[in-house]
Ligand binder design. Structure first.
Ligand code: FE2
Ligand code: FE2
Length: 278
């Protein structure tokens, strides 16, 4: 196993989180109230527009119009707003040239995994669904870190090799696989623990701690389904192995899966027009 801290490639030289993300993390650590959090977020008009666009989109799927950050905090909760801000910040900081990676296909894969994960976890309640949605959206960020920090290695690996891009191959080629690289970013940007665990373990859900095993398993299965249905592309067509324990923890009857997937596919279709605009 490679020691992340001693790896010498550009992968450890990650961009710092945007100021608003850092401020928000401080406020959340101090357990600041929703009014103070709303004030901080509202100081960035472009961010407010993006947050409102995302929370009013089919991705979140709330029926009522959410027209202010305060409303969004009341309806979604502070944790969910933090996740929305992290997601939009990742979108911005890790946008790479289409010559290196087809970003539209990448986000299509990411959104689809998030949406399928949300539908698979519908029995677990709205708060868990919001968590699985964002964990799914961000699960493959390690690949974006590769593309942004080591673009020529990224091209040499994913474009030129194509068939031998398993996570074992990634670890050998880059010094760490995309789960480990994603975890570096998740730690540096203070992602919530559940998302960190998903980014770190989504190809090995049995490795996740008990507390987050459900979330990681939902994303693992959603990722697998997304690959099978060939929705979007996250640089590699590598599909991780099927873990029966990850499926069992979902407690979904075989009869329910078709209806869940149809609902998810409809929502993925409706979400397509917002890709690339966040
Ligand atoms: Fe992955
Ligand atoms: Fe994926």
């Amino acid at each position: 196993m490679v020691d992340f801290q001693t790896a010498t490639s550009g992968l450890t030289d990650l961009p710092a989180a945007p100021v608003v993300v850092q401020k928000l993390h401080r406020l959340m650590s101090d357990e600041a109230g929703s009014a103070e959090i709303a004030k901080t977020v509202e100081s960035d008009a472009a961010l407010v527009a993006k947050i409102l666009k995302l929370v009013n989109s089919p991705f979140y799927g709330y029926s009522q119009e959410i027209s202010s950050v305060k409303d969004a905090i009341t309806i979604l909760g502070i944790d969910a707003i933090n996740q929305v801000i992290l997601s939009t910040a990742v979108f911005h900081s890790f946008s790479v040239s289409d010559r290196i990676l087809d970003m539209r296909l990448f986000w299509e894969h990411s959104f689809a995994v998030g949406i399928i994960a949300k539908h698979l976890s519908r029995g677990a309640g709205r708060d868990i669904q919001n968590d699985t949605l964002v964990a799914g959206l961000l699960h493959d960020i390690g690949r974006l870190v590769y593309a942004r920090c080591e673009p020529s290695m990224f091209t040499a690996f994913y474009v030129e090799r194509q068939t031998t891009t398993s996570i074992e191959n990634e670890a050998e080629f880059f010094g760490m696989d995309h789960q480990q690289v994603g975890a570096l970013l998740a730690k540096k940007w203070h992602f919530p623990e559940g998302i960190l665990s998903t980014v770190s373990n989504h190809h090995a859900p049995e490795r996740a701690g008990k507390e987050f095993r459900y979330m990681v398993s939902v994303v693992n299965i959603a990722d697998l389904l997304c690959h099978v249905m060939q929705i979007g592309c996250s640089a590699s067509s590598y599909v991780s192995e099927f873990f029966p324990s990850a499926w069992q923890i979902l407690k979904i009857e075989m009869g329910e899966i078709e209806e869940m997937l149809l609902a998810a596919l409809e929502e993925i279709d409706r979400s397509r027009n917002m890709l690339g605009t966040l």
